[in-house]
Design a protein around this ligand. Structure first.
Ligand code: GLN
Length: 222
């Protein structure tokens, strides 16, 4: 799938070299996301145990198996740390199983780290062998269509109050944003297109700047 070397959305490209982006490394497509972060120019942190997240400017929760990632998150005490990370305004990108992890409502089961006001239905697009890729219009990522890879993907059945729908596929919601939190049903790390990661890191840069300017303002008025 990494065969597409088109010239993608230059406008999302910024200097990300001052950012550290954690990738939750419990299970799933960890190395692919680490690779995308590095190719965007930021430093990728391979986070397997809690206690390291405070260093990060953003967090990616990869696709894989949400039950496994959820079980390990609970076991290692990541759930509280990830909730606190989100509450501090730092950005989180949950892809596929990662989106399931962040949903406040998961059909037929308990939620895992319920921080996004969405309802998801697991495996809504069928089994592994029914995996597919398709070109989607995602205006937030620029005018070029985005190649989205769906592998046993969830559907976002409901984007409730405060959640912005950024892309749909056949009327089903597959990419949303709620302030600093992003969730995608598809895998953006499996193609050469870095725009999803750049968009996410743009949010991380804005957050970093807002913290720095409020600290400076505080010092100036002290
Ligand atoms: N079907 C998986 C789940 O429910 C998600 C698949 C994926 O992340 N590609 O956890």
């Amino acid at each position: 799938m990494k065969d597409n070397a088109r010239d993608y959305g230059k406008t999302l490209e910024r200097d990300f070299s001052g950012l550290k982006i954690a990738v939750l490394a419990l299970q799933g497509a960890v190395s692919e996301h680490m690779d995308c972060v590095g190719r965007c120019g930021a430093r990728a942190l391979h986070v397997r145990r809690p206690g390291l997240l405070h260093e990060a400017d953003g967090l990616i929760i990869p696709g894989g198996e949400s039950t496994t990632i959820g079980r390990l998150s609970r076991l290692f005490g990541f759930r509280e740390e990830i909730s606190a990370f989100a509450a501090a305004g730092k950005p989180i990108l949950g892809t596929c199983a990662g989106a399931i992890l962040l949903a406040q409502r998961v059909e037929g089961q308990d939620p895992i780290i319920p921080i996004m006001n969405i309802t998801v239905q697991r495996n809504a697009f069928g089994r592994q062998r029914e995996s597919f890729e398709t070109e989607l219009d995602i205006p937030a990522l620029g005018a070029e269509p985005f190649c989205a890879v769906f592998i046993r993907a969830p559907l976002i059945k409901e984007a409730a109050e405060g959640v912005e729908v950024l892309a749909t596929y056949n009327t089903g919601i597959i990419f949303v944003r709620e302030k600093n939190l992003l969730a995608t049903a598809f895998h953006p790390e499996l193609t050469d297109d870095l725009r999803m990661h750049q968009y996410f890191m743009g949010i991380a840069l804005e957050h970093q700047h807002s913290v720095t300017s409020s600290l400076n303002g505080h010092q100036a008025s002290a």
